[in-house]
Design a protein around this ligand. Structure first.
Ligand SMILES: *Cc1c(COP(=O)(O)O)cnc(C)c1O
Length: 215
């Protein structure tokens, strides 16, 4: 299945992040051997441990809720943090990145699903806090990330993806117009990545479809 997903993404000029959470290093190595370099994890400690055991040119994406006290574990090498769900977290990442003399690419996670449990901020939160976001020198805000509602209902997902795309467009033309690298929309998972690509995704995060179901 990997080849199929990979070529679909490639043909649409979309970045495939292979979500390897809970999967053993051998499974990641196998995909690496097929050419995959971008991998996503949702827990900082698991990500940090896999980093030490796998090839150094892997680009590691943090995609899950990140506690501020875990930033240190990944800040020196993480390729991108997709799940920046508050200004507070962005500021904490900025502080740790400065200590390492890095400018770390981040995405702001927008709450697009109806479920209460989903992390993320609203479009208005970001607009209200734009000055504080723009003042951060050691993070590079490269776009938005969103997670759809946990459903197979394509109409619901489509509306949520459209909402994320629209927020992206407004921010790109508005408060973030001075950020040249604000170009990414991370949306789409195993069940909906084609739909997400139709709706403007630039990065999809696909796990179970590639690696098999998680236990
Ligand atoms: C697990 C996870 C994914 C991948 O989910 P699949 O349905 O296995 O493709 C994508 N994004 C986030 C944030 C995740 O935690």
């Amino acid at each position: 299945m990997y080849q199929e997903v990979q070529s679909y993404c490639h043909n649409n000029e979309v970045q495939l992040v292979a979500v390897s959470k809970t999967k053993p290093v051998q499974a990641i190595q196998s995909l690496y051997d097929l050419g995959q370099r971008d991998f996503g994890e949702n827990r900082a400690l698991e990500l940090a441990e896999k980093y030490t055991k796998l090839p150094q040119d892997i680009r590691w994406h943090m995609i899950g809720h990140l506690q501020t006290n875990k930033i240190k574990k990944i800040i020196s090498f993480v390729h991108m943090i997709h799940s920046v769900d508050s200004l507070h977290l962005a500021e904490a990442i900025n502080k740790e990145a400065r200590k390492k003399d890095r400018i770390v690419p981040i995405l702001l996670q927008l709450k697009i699903a109806k479920e209460e449990s989903k992390y993320g901020q609203t479009y208005q939160d970001i607009v209200d806090q734009k000055e504080a976001f723009l003042a951060l020198d050691n993070v590079d805000i490269q776009g938005l990330m969103g997670m759809g509602t946990f459903t197979n209902d394509q109409d619901i997902l489509k509306a949520e993806f459209q909402n994320l795309k629209q927020s992206f467009d407004h921010l790109k033309q508005g408060v973030f117009s001075e950020l040249p690298s604000f170009n990414e929309i991370s949306m789409g998972m195993s069940g909906d990545y084609k739909l997400a690509i139709d709706e403007g995704s630039t990065m999809v995060r696909v796990g179970s479809l590639i690696f098999g179901a998680r236990s």
